[in-house]
Design a protein around this ligand. Structure first.
Ligand code: SF4
Length: 155
């Protein structure tokens, strides 16, 4: 029996992005998977739409120090990102998810590459807060940028 797969809710079509939109993967609702959607930023109490935020220091430093996710208004919103990511990870565990597919480049869900903290559109090697927590918990993390790998893992 297939295990349920965790997924960024915006990839399933939920309008939870900072701009009020989504990034629905075409035809995803016809795929034969049980999805467990989460949006760590909404789970952390942020509204939609919301002021965009980026990571201004290493992900592990942000998680351990509780600061460093800064939005365009120069407000530190780390506690929303951290608490929402923790809650979303608990959801993954409680539903038995061993794999998560996460929206690329997001300060929460980005895996491998996120924006560099200066709002210039430049990407750097770093995981988002939720992606890092999933890695640390031993989940298999796949980026929405890499659907071919995902299809090999969970055809
Ligand atoms: S936090 Fe994740 S699930 Fe929520 S909108 Fe951003 S990328 Fe999508």
């Amino acid at each position: 029996m297939r295990k349920p797969i965790g997924i960024s809710a915006c990839l399933l079509g939920t309008n939870c992005r900072f701009d009020g939109g989504n990034c629905e993967i075409p035809d995803i609702h016809s795929w034969p998977h049980e999805w467990v959607p989460v949006c760590p930023e909404i789970a952390g109490g942020l509204p939609t739409p919301r002021v965009p935020a980026e990571l201004t220091r290493s992900t592990n430093e942000i998680i351990s120090n509780g600061s460093g996710v800064i939005n365009r208004r120069r407000e530190d919103v780390s506690h929303h990102f951290i608490s929402g990511s923790k809650a979303s990870l608990e959801t993954m565990k409680s539903k038995g998810c061993e794999t998560v597919i996460l929206k690329s480049h997001s300060p929460s869900c980005g895996f491998g590459l996120v924006y560099d903290g200066h709002f210039t559109g430049k990407l750097i090697e770093r995981n988002g807060i939720f992606a890092q927590m999933c890695v640390d918990a031993g989940l298999q993390v796949l980026s929405s940028e890499d659907m071919s790998t995902f299809l090999k893992v969970a055809p």
